[in-house]
Design a binder for this molecule. Structure first.
Ligand SMILES: [Zn+2]
Length: 131
């Protein structure tokens, strides 16, 4: 009896795992979109901080060493976030089946005939979207 219960429980657990995995896959694009929004907000904050650092650096005159270090720190933080945001955008765009504009690199729906960013024609690549 206990053996049967064990078997059934084991089966239920396996099924639950499978369902959970599928749901995770479906939600991954949404998750990445949310993550992208979070990163964009962080980037906005870091950009503001960078502005403040730069102001402090320019105004420090003479004793700029500490301000310079802060400025460099802000710059690398912004660089890292920009790279993360670009990566996320690319991953999401590819997951949505979008194609990269050959001129500016913006990800565009394959149904679009022109790039919304640089206005270059996408007709030639829109016909044969990349897989
Ligand atoms: Zn473009």
């Amino acid at each position: 009896m206990a053996e049967i219960i064990e078997k059934v429980t084991g089966k239920v657990k396996t099924t639950a795992k499978k369902v959970g995995k599928k749901a995770t896959e479906l939600a991954s694009t949404t998750k990445q979109t949310v993550l992208l929004q979070t990163k964009n907000m962080e980037l906005g904050k870091k950009m503001k901080l960078l502005g403040e650092c730069y102001y402090a650096f320019v105004r420090a005159e003479g004793t700029a060493h500490e301000e310079e270090a802060k400025l460099a720190e802000c710059l690398s933080a912004v660089d890292a976030l920009k790279a993360e945001v670009a990566d996320l955008k690319r991953v999401i765009a590819i997951a949505k089946g979008n194609i990269a504009c050959p001129k500016c690199g913006e990800y565009v729906s394959p149904s679009k005939e022109t790039c919304p960013k640089c206005k270059s024609s996408l007709e030639h690549i829109a016909v044969t979207p990349k897989k």
